[in-house]
Design a protein around this ligand. Structure first.
Ligand code: GDP
Length: 302
């Protein structure tokens, strides 16, 4: 199982609750569905998604004439995967250019695990034999540039940086030119996550993109939003704010190992329409996994 390690908290809670549910309610009836809804909402699946899920389960149970709750278990798993994979407007996988430079912009507020995730991503691509460069575009937060440098040194990726307080677009200009010149495969760009001032953030990200596009017109290939799974429904609110300031193409959901409410993955995809592309399952370099719904949902049940 891809998600054997890192999902223990969510798995333990979810399994215990589902098992208890199955032993309390042997027959598929309205009481059972209401108790199931409570469990799913408690796992941060999100209200609308839960209702969608249980409505379809009710229909499915009727259609297939399933009367024992135990016999419905497999259908619950299948439905969760199906609901996650529904409405795929954006590609599930990360867009990496076959030839030439791929630019990945990473956005998110401070403390969610943005820098760590950039380090893990760089490590992953280095391991795949690609050359990676980092751009220290968070020139606002004290220490952000040095923190990125530490990750760059650790994984063996060059870091393009300027002094604290300098114009992030100027850093991007340097970085994308350097990456082009050196024939780098992947440029991962850190950005400041100041949601307090949405207008500024929007301008800043807009300017960064424009500068990057002067050199690579189709870039950025990905705009990954980092969200902290332990913040639950707040992560959804953050994501909605970021969607207002930039086009997010995917989510990096960090600290899934730190929460028992792993249902947040479904809520994010269903309520925002943005696929989760990576999940963070620990503090080490290898603790980043490419997401896929089937492994994930089976990981919660198995
Ligand atoms: P930033 O301010 O968004 O750049 O956040 P950092 O990358 O500095 O991370 C903040 C804290 O979260 C650090 O202590 C990280 O080790 C920790 N962290 C980041 N990702 C994960 C994860 O997937 N799991 C766990 N358990 N901790 C994480």
């Amino acid at each position: 199982y891809k998600f054997k390690a890192g999902l223990e908290k969510s798995r333990e809670k979810f399994q215990a609750e589902i098992n208890q549910l199955m032993s309390m309610y042997r027959k598929v009836d309205e009481d059972f569905f209401e108790a199931l809804e409570e469990i799913l909402i408690g796992a941060d699946v999100g209200f609308n998604t839960v209702l969608e899920l249980t409505d379809e389960l009710r229909q499915e149970a009727k259609l297939k004439n399933i009367t024992e709750t135990e016999d419905l278990k497999e259908t619950i798993v299948e439905k969760m995967v199906e609901i996650y994979n529904r409405n795929d407007e954006l590609p599930e996988s990360v867009h990496i250019e076959e030839d030439g430079l791929t630019v990945i912009l990473v956005v998110g507020v401070n403390g969610v695990g943005k820098t760590t995730s950039i380090g893990k991503l760089a490590h992953k691509y280095k391991n795949e034999g690609k050359s990676v460069m980092l751009a220290a575009g968070d020139t606002f937060r004290a220490g952000a540039i040095n923190q990125l440098q530490i990750w760059g040194d650790r994984v063996g990726a060059d870091v393009i940086r300027q002094a604290e307080g300098s114009d992030p677009a100027a850093v991007m200009y340097d970085a994308v030119n350097a990456a082009k010149k050196r024939g780098t495969d992947i440029l991962i760009c850190d950005t400041a996550g100041r949601l307090q001032n949405k207008g500024n953030l929007m301008n800043e990200l807009g300017k960064m993109k424009k500068v990057i596009q002067k050199v690579v017109p189709e870039a950025p290939h990905e705009v990954l939003l980092t969200l902290d799974a332990t913040t639950g429904q707040n992560a959804l609110i953050q994501a909605k704010s970021f969607q207002e300031v930039t086009d997010v193409t995917g989510i990096v959901l960090t600290k899934l190992d730190g929460t028992a409410k792993g249902g947040i993955v479904l809520a994010i995809k269903n309520e925002l329409g943005i696929p989760v592309k990576f999940v963070g399952l620990g503090e080490q370099l290898d603790d980043l996994q490419e997401f896929d719904a089937e492994s994930y949902v089976y990981g919660l049940f198995a």
